[in-house]
Design a protein around this ligand. Structure first.
Ligand code: UDP
Ligand code: MG
Length: 315
């Protein structure tokens, strides 16, 4: 039977959590009495996650398993789940139960009211470090100020999207996929559902600082040119200031010859050099992404799938 709902769960090294997640998702989804599928995307886990998922998906006909050939990242995993989904409404949820599966029911209610994107807005984040909460809060606001796309603040990837939205996303060939931004960009009728983000059920975050920074830069580079334009602004400012300084140095040199202009100019040069390297780096961030896009490599590679009717393979 064609599922009405597809629940996409990206999973990376979640052996301690995944069975409980599966149980809770199944419990919630079966209350609806409508056909659904749970799509688990194993993003190159190095623990027992793939074995557990394969076992679950062989026993439960509502479950599907996509196994990546290596760790491609959270956003590619979500992308794969959407690509393989067949439901009319697609829900993306983390595996670690920080996003309570029960909230899906509220999202479905809004979908039935006619909304095409229903996103989870975090009222509170439990069990996360002050650093993470603070940087996330600042980041979402900085991003918002930098782009004309209305990317909602305090919102992750926990959301429901309609089949129309999913098909639109699938048709977008963007490589660095900042999914929450892309969903905002496509428009449609959007509605937030507020929820409290719980503590991780078990295990540790799979988002170390490096991955967080990459996601943050992906979001900015994909949705704003402001960092590049900022270089022009600073360039103009420095030109004006240095012209004024030159003029002043000539005047002061005539009046008082003891002032160390060499020292002052040295510091000015160092400062400008610093700015220049920052901007070269920022330009590089964009050029690197253009290069990624130009290479046209796939966003992810699937090694095997289980549970998909259309000839899913098993190794
Ligand atoms: N995840 C993934 N690939 C990665 C990192 C994370 O598929 O490279 C999954 C992870 O298993 C979880 C979700 O993405 O289901 C969010 O990760 P996590 O809970 O570690 O992030 P946090 O909530 O700490 O930001
Ligand atoms: Mg988490």
């Amino acid at each position: 039977m064609k599922p009405l709902y597809s629940v996409v769960v990206p999973v990376y090294n979640e052996e301690e959590v995944i069975r409980v997640s599966y149980d809770r998702l199944t419990k919630v989804m079966s209350t609806l009495k409508e056909p659904y599928e749970l799509i688990f995307v194993n993003d190159g886990s190095r623990d027992k996650t793939p074995e557990i998922l394969a076992d679950i998906c062989r026993k439960d006909k509502s479950c599907r398993f996509i196994n990546f050939s290596r760790n491609f990242g959270h956003q590619p995993a979500i992308t794969a789940g959407m690509d393989y989904s067949k439901g009319e409404a697609i829900v993306v949820i983390d595996a670690d139960l920080q996003d309570p599966p029960e909230v899906i029911l509220d999202m479905i209610k809004e979908w039935k009211n006619g909304y095409e994107v229903v996103y989870g807005k975090r009222l509170k984040r439990k069990g996360e470090t002050f650093f993470k909460k603070f940087t996330a809060k600042v980041y979402y606001r900085v991003l918002k100020s930098m782009t004309s796309v209305d990317i909602p603040v305090d919102t992750g990837d926990f959301r429901l999207i309609d089949r129309k939205v999913c098909d639109t996303l699938k048709s977008m060939p963007e490589r660095s996929r900042y999914v929450r931004g892309l969903v905002a960009w496509v428009g449609f009728k959007q509605k937030p559902v507020e929820y409290v983000r719980e503590e991780r059920f078990a295990g540790e975050t799979k988002y170390p600082l490096k991955k967080m920074l990459k996601l943050a830069m992906d979001g900015i580079a994909a949705f704003s040119f402001k960092p590049l334009k900022f270089a022009t602004g600073v360039g103009v400012m420095l030109t004006v200031v240095s012209l004024a300084a030159m003029l002043l140095s000539v005047i002061l040199g005539i009046i008082n010859s003891s002032f160390s202009w060499q020292m002052f100019m040295m510091l000015c040069v160092l400062l400008t050099q610093g700015f220049m390297f920052i901007f070269i780096g920022l330009t590089g961030e964009y050029i690197g992404r253009i290069f990624e896009q130009a290479k046209g490599r796939p966003v992810y590679i699937v090694r095997e799938t289980i549970g998909f009717d259309d000839g899913g393979t098993e190794n």
